[in-house]
Design a protein around this ligand. Structure first.
Ligand code: ATP
Ligand code: MG
Length: 300
């Protein structure tokens, strides 16, 4: 399958009612792979990912040299959906100097004293770089929507419980914030790693059973799993309201890790390649300087 088809398959079109049930977390079939045995599929997937990583490394080095655009990658998912593994694999081939990762946990008291977007604006990528948000301002319409008590003093109307209008204001703020970034040279790519409830259970059990994975288990994961349906509803609303022409969402199948990684790498690479990037031009004066320097060095 060619890249564009893959990307269209997972991109959420703006303005349409978005339903998670139209997206299969277990998707792994492409026309190209149909009919191949299990091992052959894995082998082919590995090759695809390797090719993607090489392409991504090349795209990133051009992004860095061109120095006009920044790329913001937003990763959102339920626990154990593979955010960490995706970051590790997808970014394994790129130059660390051109890439920044920020993980967002529960906000501090200082952060809560500001508007909800404040802490994220401080971590935005500079021109020439890829910035990854491992969780993001979307938590403020996801976990916070599932547990409205977390809003705290960020609720402008004292004592009221956040209602429909409050969340709609936040979606609107997010869209306006992203529009501002895009207008000023940031490309925004948002990924929801769509893992199924069954696969999450399997992965959490694995964390409990395998000693080398124990450290990854947190009792909080189980508590949040208990709110699965509320989270899915919150994701559905948030993705539907914030998949825009300027900052689209991609709903990526996450029950098979190799699929997730290949799709994310593909989307990021294609987006960077779609920019009009070029290595900076050398002016005639600079050319003269370079020629002189080369002659001098060679004569040493
Ligand atoms: P991992 O479990 O792989 O280490 P993680 O991203 O799940 O990665 P944790 O430390 O387990 O990291 O969890 C971070 C927690 O912080 C999540 O439960 C998330 O919902 C919560 N969080 C993130 N942003 C906010 C926010 N703005 N308000 C409240 N809670 C938040
Ligand atoms: Mg966690």
């Amino acid at each position: 399958m060619i890249r564009k088809d893959i990307i269209d398959l997972f991109r959420v079109p703006p303005g349409k009612k978005f339903r998670l049930k139209d997206h299969n977390p277990g998707w792994k079939q492409t026309d190209e792979l149909e009919g191949l045995g299990k091992d052959a599929v894995k082998e082919r997937a590995k090759e695809t990912l390797e090719r993607n990583l090489a392409d991504l490394a090349e795209a990133q080095s051009l992004l860095y040299a061109d120095d006009r655009y920044a790329v913001l990658v937003v990763l959102q998912a339920m626990d154990a959906a593979g955010k960490d593994g995706t970051i590790k694999h997808v970014m394994s081939g790129v130059n660390p100097q051109g890439c920044q990762v920020f993980s967002f946990k529960k906000p501090s008291a200082e952060e809560l004293d500001h508007t909800f977007l404040w802490r994220y604006t401080r971590c935005l990528p500079e021109r020439g770089r890829i910035g990854i948000f491992n969780r993001s301002y979307y938590e403020d319409v996801l976990v916070v929507k599932v547990h409205p008590g977390l809003v705290g003093r960020q609720l402008p109307r004292e004592k009221e419980k956040p209602g429909k209008a409050f969340w709609e204001d936040r979606y609107e703020d997010i869209n306006a914030f992203e529009r501002h970034l895009v207008r000023n040279g940031t490309v925004i790519l948002k990924f929801f790693l769509n893992v199924s409830e069954d696969e999450q259970k399997r992965r959490l059990l694995e964390r409990l059973q395998r000693p080398e994975k124990n450290w990854k288990f947190s009792p909080a994961d189980l508590a949040e799993r208990g709110h699965w349906d509320d989270y899915m509803a919150a994701y559905e609303d948030a993705i539907g309201a914030t998949s825009t022409g300027w900052a689209p969402w991609y709903v990526v199948p996450a029950d098979h890790k190799w699929v997730t990684r290949a799709v994310v790498a593909d989307v990021v690479t294609t987006a960077i390649r779609g920019l009009d990037l070029k290595y900076p031009d050398v002016t005639p004066d600079q050319r003269k300087l370079l020629d002189e320097a080369r002659a001098k060095l060679a004569a040493e």
